[in-house]
Design a binder for this molecule. Structure first.
Ligand code: UT7
Length: 324
């Protein structure tokens, strides 16, 4: 009856960048970053730790846990806004890296909601054909897409990848559904400045690269309201209460956003998975990395209700429910 997660995996770059390290890059300090964001450190890709490489390494761990081989995969979807190249997609690179010969592959751009949107999409394919096996990934190297002179943004983000292999299960469990939303009208509160696309005069190329621009305070308010409303709406639709949920895995944006979410939804600390402290905001990768860590730590038991919720540029947001 359901689309189930057969295996999870994640991969973080080796290089740890602490708040003190950032004091050498922009005018900031450990105390400010910790108190405003909860972030202690983030991982930053180096060498060949590109978005697709991190994705492929995370994918292999998810395949191993699932007991599925790469050539059994029918589809690879990568939620990302920091692909190694704009073309080909990260998903096509992953297909090559892991040798998923019969899978078709594409990227999905929903910013920090990329994994949740991709999981919802995979569910639709699987409900249409129960034999399908799909690799869903959220992966970013946002260190390549921030302005390292802008202290409002560069301290927030980190790199990493998380993956899930999904398939079909006869029992009534798995991905029970999601409520997803977008509001393009608010695009200018959080976007990636893309000079290449804006430059109409190809004879005078722009030199500054694509980078994130954000109205932090406004994003903060929208994120709290949107995620808590999405969660409430989904639970109501599913005829469940917060007391039925064993674990919430929210997008790891900022500890203050997560604390507000807990307050609004009256969630006790032990029901909310948090790792933003160690990895910063890894955008589309944050939910699948947290999901893999929660899974490997034994935080999710069979038949548990697991709630995912996200918010990101677009705006895009939503909530999804899984019976494990
Ligand atoms: O996936 C969604 C992605 N986006 C987010 O999650 C971001 C949501 N927003 C936030 O998390 C918060 O708005 C921030 C953490 C980005 C900023 O916190 P804030 O409490 O909203 O601070 P602020 O932007 O109002 O800035 C307060 C002060 C300013 O100085 P003045 O004008 O009061 O003198 C800033 O210039 O803090 C200053 N400031 C910094 N100081 C030290 C801004 N960034 C820094 C910094 N270090 N890195």
């Amino acid at each position: 009856m359901g689309t189930v997660i057969l295996g999870t995996g994640s991969c973080l770059p080796k290089k740890v960048v602490t708040n003190s390290d950032l004091e050498k890059v922009v005018e900031t300090n450990d105390e400010w970053i910790r108190s405003r964001t909860g972030i202690h450190a983030r991982r930053i890709g180096s060498g060949d730790e590109y978005t697709y490489k991190l994705s492929a390494w995370a994918a292999q761990k998810a395949l191993d846990m699932a007991g599925v081989t790469a050539d059994e995969l029918d589809l690879i979807v990568v939620g990302t806004i920091s692909s190694h190249m704009l073309m080909p997609s990260s998903a096509c690179f992953v297909q090559k890296e892991i040798g998923a010969h019969k899978a078709f592959a594409y990227d999905l751009n929903a910013a920090c909601s990329g994994f949740l949107y991709s999981l919802d999409l995979a569910d639709k394919y699987i409900q249409a054909d129960h034999n399908k096996k799909i690799l869903v990934i959220g992966a970013e190297t946002l260190s390549t897409r921030v302005n390292w002179q802008d202290r409002n943004t560069c301290i927030l983000f980190g790199d990493g990848a998380g993956a899930a292999v999904v398939g079909y299960d006869e029992r009534k469990r798995g991905f029970l559904g999601a409520d997803l939303y977008s509001d393009g009208g608010l695009w200018n509160l959080l976007y990636m400045h893309s000079p290449q696309s804006l430059n109409k005069d190809l004879m005078v190329p722009d030199n500054d690269g694509a980078h994130i621009v954000m109205e932090g305070r406004e994003v903060f308010k929208h994120a709290v309201r949107a995620m808590s409303d999405a969660v409430r709406g989904l639970l109501e639709r599913m005829d469940l209460g917060m007391e039925d949920i064993q674990l919430v895995i929210p997008h790891q944006a900022n500890i203050r956003i997560l604390n507000k979410l807990k307050e609004r939804l009256e969630l006790p600390d032990e029901k909310v998975f948090i790792n933003v402290t160690e990895y910063g905001n890894t955008s589309a990768a944050s939910i699948p990395i947290a999901l893999d860590e929660a899974n490997r730590q034994g935080r999710i038991k069979k038949d548990d209700y697991l709630l995912l919720c996200s918010f990101g540029g677009g705006f895009t947001w939503g909530a999804g429910l899984i019976k494990w």
